[in-house]
Design a binder for this molecule. Structure first.
Ligand SMILES: [Zn+2]
Length: 543
């Protein structure tokens, strides 16, 4: 009987503890399969090639007797929660990116999420980050030992000739004693420890984006996974506690970025203003805390809907500027956007302007942002009014903007309405609601009742029970007939909206009891798991 206790998730990656009998391994980590299942080595037909045909697989593939279960993308093995699953030959997919992605989607789609995944002979200091990113938890020393046999010296940055052992690039006990094999094993252990830390901090993607550089196959795998939105998006949290670092061209394609563009286009409520003004972003986040945005907001003065043009998110309406990742991203600023970047950003702007109509659209922009806005306007068939005389913050430019808005009606920015639409996909009547307090203690009130509090870390709104009464549908979780005393565990969940993602605010409904809280895993994963916290509960109420 084995158990996999997942403590933290970072998209497909997990950090936790796998246990079987007396054995307990921190994951991602190393196991010795001889110790766990001495019989597995003697089993035949447990390493059918991953690319084998369905006929071949059904005829020859064997899953072993019990746990661990050897799985195949085309297999029909009985796998239950907590099982250790073995994906034989996974190392062969590292050189075949389309297979890596296809087989992974097939296996992750079929097997319970709370199973521990072992990839034999696959982990090197160079490949471990990507393997964990893809949802593998357990590895062995076989791949590094093989490199040792070839006389190679393994580092996360690449595989080098063995003479590097004496060069001083590493000072581990293996290197100081001239033992390459010892160094190679330690290098893998060190990399796994680092990966665990990145998963704990919900930043594994940053590590993968740097580690994959030395191998075009790895870059291809990451790009292809980003393209598999229907597979990857349900695993991607809506918010993270750490900043969103976008420093590579792959960052532009991250699920968080595509999800942002889609939600801004599809979930944004009808604009309150008849005029829109496109503004440049600022290095400081949220934008309104920057000097330049102080100036813009003072000049616009409520006479236009402020829309910030930015890379990699494309477009950030002012009311969403604090929502993750808009309030938390960091990009290298050069003022230059390449063709790919321009194409992606203009498509987000076009997605928004194509759905939301304004009488006038002003472009208070320059450089790449202005070019992206022009491309978008052309797609939508609208004309832009360019207002800057020179740099957008220059007094002459600000005077031109002021003059262009002369006579336009003033309306306030409705942060609550905008965030609720982005977060829950519903349009809520917010008349009379006011935001009281200062971060991190802000709350949304009306008539002395609190409807929402603002999560200062993510910019999302946390509904109270009164707040949930305003949200007619979605983001609900049904539980079995029990009264929760704390967090809701996955086995207690009987229904969950499919759209729920890790980090979403949710309403838990049971018999005579309801609770508010935050989802600790996606809705589909709650229903398929038999272990782990599904909802971190904030308040419980008996009806
Ligand atoms: Zn060393």
């Amino acid at each position: 009987m084995s158990l996999f206790d997942i403590r933290r998730r970072d998209c497909l990656a997990r950090e936790g503890v796998f246990s079987q009998g007396d054995l307990e391994v921190r994951t991602p980590g190393i196991i010795d399969m001889h110790q766990i299942s001495p019989a597995l080595d003697g089993e035949v037909w447990t390493n059918v090639p991953l690319a084998a045909s369905a006929g071949f697989v059904s005829r020859y593939h064997r899953s072993g007797d019990g746990s661990p279960v050897v799985v195949h993308p085309l297999g029909k093995e009985p796998v239950t929660s907590g099982d250790l699953v073995v994906v034989a030959n996974w190392h062969t997919t590292l050189a075949r990116p389309p297979d890596f992605v296809r087989f992974l989607a097939a296996l992750k789609g079929r097997l319970p999420p709370d199973t521990a995944w072992y990839a034999p002979g696959s982990a090197l200091p160079t490949t471990a980050a990507l393997l964990v990113y893809a949802g593998f938890d357990l590895f062995d020393y076989r791949a590094v030992d093989l490199e040792t046999a070839k006389g190679s010296f393994c580092l996360p940055e690449g595989i080098f000739p063995g003479d590097l052992v004496e060069s001083g690039v590493c000072t581990c006990e293996g290197c100081t004693s001239g033992n390459i094999g010892r160094h190679n094993r330690l290098a893998l252990e060190r990399e796994l420890a680092l990966i665990r830390r990145f998963v704990e901090e919900s930043r594994l993607r940053d590590l993968v984006e740097s580690r994959c550089r030395s191998d075009p196959h790895q870059v291809a795998i990451m790009r292809l996974l980003d393209g598999e939105e229907s597979f990857m998006e349900p695993y991607t949290p809506v918010a993270r506690p750490t900043p969103f670092i976008a420093t590579t061209s792959e960052s532009m394609r991250r699920i968080e970025v595509t999800r942002w563009g889609r939600r801004v286009a599809e979930r944004s409520p009808p604009p309150i203003h008849e005029v829109a003004v496109l503004l440049p972003c600022s290095a400081r986040k949220p934008y309104s805390t920057s000097l330049s945005h102080h100036k813009f907001t003072r000049v616009v003065s409520g006479r236009a809907h402020e829309l910030i043009v930015t890379s990699p998110l494309g477009l950030v309406p002012r009311e969403l500027e604090r929502v993750y990742p808009a309030g938390h991203y960091d990009v290298p600023v050069t003022g230059h956007w390449d063709k790919e970047e321009l194409g992606l950003i203009s498509s987000v702007i076009a997605g928004y302007l194509g759905r939301h109509h304004y009488r006038r659209v002003l472009a208070h922009l320059e450089g790449g942002a202005l070019e992206a806005a022009r491309m978008a306007a052309e797609v939508c068939g609208i004309s832009l009014e360019a207002t800057p005389e020179c740099h957008p913050t220059d007094p002459a430019s600000l005077t031109a903007l002021d003059a262009a808005l002369e006579g336009e009606r003033r309306r306030p920015t409705d942060m609550v309405r905008g965030v609720l639409a982005w977060q829950f996909g519903v349009l809520v009547e917010t008349r009379g609601m006011i935001i009281r307090g200062r971060p991190p203690q802000e709350r949304v009130e009306k008539g002395g009742r609190i409807f929402f509090t603002v999560d200062a870390r993510t910019g999302l709104l946390r509904p109270t029970f009164d707040g949930w009464a305003l949200l007619p549908e979605g983001y609900r979780i049904g539980i079995d007939a029990f009264t929760p005393r704390g967090d809701i565990l996955a086995p207690g969940v009987v229904s969950a909206d499919e759209g729920i993602r890790e980090g979403d605010e949710v309403l838990v409904l049971g018999e005579g009891v309801s609770a508010t809280g935050r989802a600790a895993m996606g809705g589909p994963e709650m229903l398929r798991s038999r272990h782990g916290v599904a909802v971190r509960v904030r308040k419980i109420k008996s009806d």
